[in-house]
Design a protein around this ligand. Structure first.
Ligand code: PEP
Ligand code: MN
Length: 339
């Protein structure tokens, strides 16, 4: 159930309704928008007095039953878009975030050169994995804390916010010390303990869709983070597994308008993992922006041929610069601000 407060509701009215919800042993999640406040009620609503009773509470405008299994993530709960902010990165509500950088941090030289080049080309945040979840245990696993330190150094040198993956709940605290945004990777989308842990963190989260997860499962994974108290969540479509093999994954761009219809959370597209082939990345980045995406996350490496992971889908600096020229034109046509 969603309790929509009137525009002129007083703080004491809001507090009164919160107490009402709590006294019925239900959990209120308060979403304060610029226009009005709503209280999402999670739990068995039958514990609460009749819907009519709640509706006549002080400052209450209306009470809506939520049909979607995800409550806090739903557009029914909050109609205005959520804007995620982390240092130089702003995503949502007309702001287009461009997150770029290597798949993994490999050396000081590599990450600093990448940060400088992507910033010059117009990126608004730096990506780079320090903890790499790899399909094979024999592949490069990342530089771990050493990599986090190099990311922080790249932020100091360029002012770019750092987006980096956290693969285990016990690492959330350490990664949060260095990162501006915590990335939860596709392989971990249904690691519910990790979702709860990032939900308790004060850092915004970039949640990637599992390659075989349905949209409802994706949104329920986001719901875990929101329910734990963190409202700064970005949803990232990075492609799903299908019978098709001409691309590494199949990148469904319909996810953008679909998710924007169902949720207020910003949607980010990953054309690198979504295609798995460098030559296909720029076109899909442009298409994502044209479809209304709030951000893109792209792999860029000083020398993709020598990359320790995902070189075959990474852009070199010149290719990224050219991609940005195209993206800027589409962004302008879509009235999106690069910031
Ligand atoms: C990555 O961003 O490098 C990554 C591992 O992505 P995904 O979790 O989408 O596979
Ligand atoms: Mn990668």
């Amino acid at each position: 159930m969603i309790i929509v407060m009137r525009r002129d509701a007083k703080e004491e009215d809001i507090q009164h309704m919160i107490k009402e919800v709590e006294s019925a042993n239900l959990k209120p999640t308060v979403l304060r928008g610029t226009e009005r406040t709503v209280i999402a009620v999670i739990g068995d609503e039958r514990k609460m007095a009749s819907m009519g009773g709640v509706e006549s509470g002080p400052g209450v405008d209306e009470v809506i039953k939520v049909l979607a299994p995800y409550k806090v993530a739903s557009r029914e709960t909050k109609s205005e878009p959520t804007i995620v902010k982390a240092g130089s990165l702003t995503v949502g509500g007309g702001h287009l975030g461009i997150i770029a950088g290597p798949c993994g941090v490999e050396s000081e030289e590599q990450i600093i050169a990448s940060a400088i080049a992507i910033k010059k080309a117009g990126a608004t945040a730096l990506r780079g994995g320090a903890y790499k979840p790899r399909t094979s245990p024999y592949s490069f696993q990342g530089m771990k804390e050493e990599g986090l330190k190099l990311l922080a150094k790249a932020r100091t040198e360029t002012g770019l916010a750092v987006v980096t993956e956290v693969v285990a709940s016990e690492d959330v605290e350490l990664v949060s010390e260095y990162a501006d945004v915590l990335q939860v990777g596709a392989r971990n989308m249904q690691n519910y303990r990790l979702l709860e842990a990032v939900g308790k963190s004060s850092r915004p989260v970039l949640l990637k869709r599992g390659p075989s997860a349905s949209m409802d499962e994706f949104l329920l994974a986001a719901e875990y983070i929101l329910d734990a108290g963190n409202q700064q969540v970005m949803l990232c479509e990075r492609g799903i597994r299908t019978f098709e093999s001409h691309t590494r994954f199949t990148l469904p761009l319909a996810s953008v308008p679909y998710l924007q219809q169902k949720t207020h959370l910003p949607v980010v597209i990953d054309p690198s993992h979504g295609t798995g082939h460098t030559p296909l990345v720029p076109a899909l980045a442009r298409a994502a922006i044209a479809a209304g995406a709030d951000g893109i996350i792209v792999e860029v490496h000083p020398n993709p041929e020598k990359a320790l992971s995902d070189g075959y889908q990474s852009l070199n600096f010149k290719q990224f610069e050219d991609m940005m020229t195209g993206c800027r034109k589409v962004a302008a046509a879509m009235d999106m601000q690069l910031a």
